[in-house]
Write a protein that binds this ligand. Structure first.
Ligand code: NI
Length: 256
């Protein structure tokens, strides 16, 4: 069984077949999945999905692209949601300097606030880092927060530094793309006991589905590519990434 450590099944692209996708997870080889939120509304929707489906857990948080809309009420609501028994992380949170919108200082303030919250609550974070590698690294050093860098796009050197700090590194369908040299090099630098796999559905469908809507079942193609990169069997990468995710998110395998 595979663990899709990051998907957005609350996204409108699943409005027509959400129940089918989620109730079919096990049949398609996905044992567990984390639904990652981007704001308070999607945190609440993720919570509902986790309450409906046994094998769905969730992360609650405010994405950098939504940082300018976050109110004090949202932060109070977030703290309440984090108490939910199936909420296993704060995320996704981070910095996105690709579009430079909202303003960097707004993104930074919301990111730091949630990093501090995670350190205070000893809850892992799910970090979105786009074109902000140095600053994200500094932020997790400053706050002592720990967790996973999702859809990792940094260098092998940054990956190694994050692993030394205690972080997990998650790879997505990007690693299957023809020009994915950087992701492949980063994956080589991450020890087996720190690797996670994800789809980031509905985005980033792996080859041979690139450009189409992504689904949790395609996490298999990420696992196959990673097995090739690491020189291990598909079974080994599946079981290692599964137990890594259980460990990081504090999910008791006896409860499955
Ligand atoms: Ni995401």
């Amino acid at each position: 069984m595979l663990f899709d450590s990051h998907a957005h099944i609350d996204d409108a692209k699943f409005d027509d077949d959400r129940a089918q996708v989620l109730s079919g997870l096990r049949r398609s080889g996905v044992g567990l999945m984390i639904n990652a939120a981007s704001d308070i509304r999607s945190s609440l929707e993720s919570m509902r999905l986790a309450e409906t489906y046994d094998n769905v857990y969730f992360a609650a948080g405010i994405h950098p692209q939504e940082a300018d809309k976050a109110s004090e009420r949202d932060f109070a609501e977030l703290e309440r949601i984090l108490e939910h028994p199936k909420c296993v992380a704060i995320g996704e949170i981070g910095l996105d300097y690709h579009y430079d919108e909202p303003a960097r200082e707004v993104q930074r303030a919301v990111f730091y606030r949630q990093l501090k919250l995670s350190a205070a609550k000893s809850m892992p974070v799910v970090i979105h880092d786009r074109d902000a590698h140095a600053e994200c690294l500094q932020a997790v050093k400053d706050t002592g927060a720990r967790g996973v860098f999702h859809c990792f796009s940094g260098s092998a050197q940054t990956a190694a530094e994050l692993v030394d700090l205690g972080f997990y590194i998650s790879f997505s369908g990007v690693i299957t793309f023809k020009n994915a040299k950087r992701a492949v090099e980063a994956a080589k630098a991450v020890p087996m006991d720190r690797i996670l796999i994800e789809t980031d559905s509905p985005y980033l469908a792996p080859e041979p589905f690139r450009g189409r809507r992504n689904e949790p079942k395609y996490v298999e193609y990420v696992a196959r590519k990673l097995a090739e990169v690491k020189g291990v069997s598909f079974e080994d990468i599946s079981s290692e990434t599964f137990s890594n995710a259980l460990r990081l998110f504090g999910i008791d395998s006896a409860s499955l």
